[in-house]
Design a binder for this molecule. Structure first.
Ligand code: HEC
Length: 90
């Protein structure tokens, strides 16, 4: 009887691990699917208004991207998407 209980507990905890990692990776996939424009709106509004793409040139946006990546704690992939979106929009 005790053995059954142990096995039951193991199955339940295993399936919750599978469930948790499964939902985590789908959230990550969702974030990876976001476009530069979406990421820009989601992240850059947290601290200040969205700066106009025309306010800076392409080289300046590269530098601002590095600067804001640190401030906003974003991944390189995210900031690259945002910067290339801004560069096509200015
Ligand atoms: C965690 C808060 C935070 C987030 C998120 C953030 N910024 Fe900023 N941003 C700042 C602060 C604070 C400044 C003022 C300059 C400084 O001291 O860093 C600033 C300044 C700027 C400037 C002025 C130029 C400069 O480098 O000083 C631009 C342009 C800018 N941010 C763009 C962005 C973009 C684009 C994003 C999204 C990728 C973003 N910011 C996300 C905090 C943030």
């Amino acid at each position: 009887m005790k053995k059954l209980l142990v096995i039951g507990t193991m199955i339940i905890s295993l399936s919750s691990i599978v469930f948790l990692t499964g939902s985590c990776s789908s959230q990550r996939e969702l974030a990876a699917q976001k476009s530069g424009a979406q990421l820009w709106a989601d992240n850059c509004l947290r601290c200040h208004n969205l700066p106009s793409p025309a306010a800076y040139n392409d080289v300046e946006w590269e530098t601002i991207g590095l600067h804001m990546k640190e401030r906003a704690n974003m991944t390189t992939e995210q900031i690259e998407k945002i910067v290339s979106f801004i560069q096509t929009a200015n």
